[in-house]
Write a protein that binds this ligand. Structure first.
Ligand SMILES: Nc1ncnc2c1ncn2[C@@H]1O[C@H](COP(=O)(O)OP(=O)(O)OP(=O)(O)O)[C@@H](O)[C@H]1O
Ligand SMILES: [Mg+2]
Length: 295
């Protein structure tokens, strides 16, 4: 199958309204290296319009995966979905984010009151994928909205207009969640969790992580392999009081700095050790690991 060229698309749409969602047109294919069967599972979930929950630590590929899947489902596939200008709407959730921020609000414009759809409503109407990043951070009133959209009802209750909006057949809700970060108070309720198909993400095995670092940073294979080995070792420094392991993102940053001409030890110092911790002892332990493993 040779898909036709997609229509010219805007690269981004900006909005001044909170919460600054990111609207992705996905005209270029995002590069994603699969770790297992996550692509097949997501496609099957999308076919059945089952919402998807991505779990895993920071910088391990969740966002890239959603971008890639949205590209596959809306750009690569030979489907009417290709005409949708903005297939992916991403909202970074935070503790002040309310249901109103997601759903929409009335705004004053030239003495008139006009309704402005929030990012979730826009996706529900148009049939895009809406990705709520770190969903448990959001205020509790978002739960009502998410629940109605993620069971058999597939509706969005818009309290302020009294509307009960049926989701477009192509709409899908995807959320992410980092189980390590949350206090018990902020953990996801079973009634929310069980509405989603849950995919676990983790740090890639060293060979795959080296391939990702090389691709993303342009670093030489030997450097990419060393950075992947450093990642593995640093993730084992838990007993030194390091709460979070180093994500692939930080290793890619180190690779980019090295490609930019920064000495490899200095690159690891600023992109890994200093980015990860303020603890001088842990930093020293990371530096020792880098000294041993860098070529
Ligand atoms: N499987 C992968 N394929 C391609 N690139 C990857 C993969 N995993 C990680 N990366 C690289 O790591 C970077 C960080 O990944 P990403 O932004 O998807 O992390 P995340 O899990 O969404 O993190 P956060 O929880 O902080 O949002 C990407 O920009 C990409 O360079
Ligand atoms: Mg992300």
């Amino acid at each position: 199958m040779n898909p036709t060229t997609p229509p010219a698309l805007p690269t981004s749409v900006t909005t001044s309204a909170p919460p600054s969602p990111r609207y992705s047109s996905l005209s270029d294919q995002p590069w994603y290296l699969p770790m297992g069967d996550e692509v097949e599972v997501f496609e099957a979930a999308y076919s059945a319009r089952l919402p998807v929950l991505l779990k895993g630590p920071t910088g391990c590929g969740k966002t890239r995966f959603v971008e890639y899947m949205a590209w596959r489902l809306f750009r690569q596939a030979d489907t009417p979905r290709r005409s949708l200008e903005v297939p992916l709407v991403t909202v970074a959730c935070h503790e002040d984010l309310t249901a109103t921020d997601l759903v929409g609000r009335y705004l004053l414009s030239n003495d008139a009151t006009v309704w402005r759809d929030g990012p979730l409503t826009g996706a529900v109407r148009s049939g895009a994928i809406c990705y709520l990043d770190e969903v448990v951070e959001a205020r509790k009133d978002t739960t009502v909205v998410i629940h109605a959209l993620t069971d058999h009802r597939r509706v969005l209750p818009i309290d302020k207009t009294g509307e009960l909006l049926d989701a477009h057949p192509d709409f899908l809700l995807v959320v992410s969640y980092n189980p390590g970060y949350q206090s018990a108070l902020k953990d996801m309720k079973p009634s929310t969790r069980q509405r989603f198909v849950a995919l676990d993400f983790d740090y890639p095995p060293p060979a795959q992580e080296a391939a990702i670092i090389a691709h993303e940073s342009g670093a030489e294979p030997a450097i990419a392999q060393a950075l992947a080995a450093i990642g593995l070792k640093v993730r084992h420094l838990h007993e030194h009081g390091l709460d979070d392991g180093v994500g692939t993102r930080a290793l890619v940053h180190a690779g980019k700095l090295i490609q930019g001409g920064i000495d490899s030890r200095r690159a690891c110092d600023v992109a890994i050790a200093r980015a990860l911790t303020e603890d001088a002892d842990v930093r020293r332990a990371i530096t020792d690991v880098c000294d041993v493993l860098l070529p």
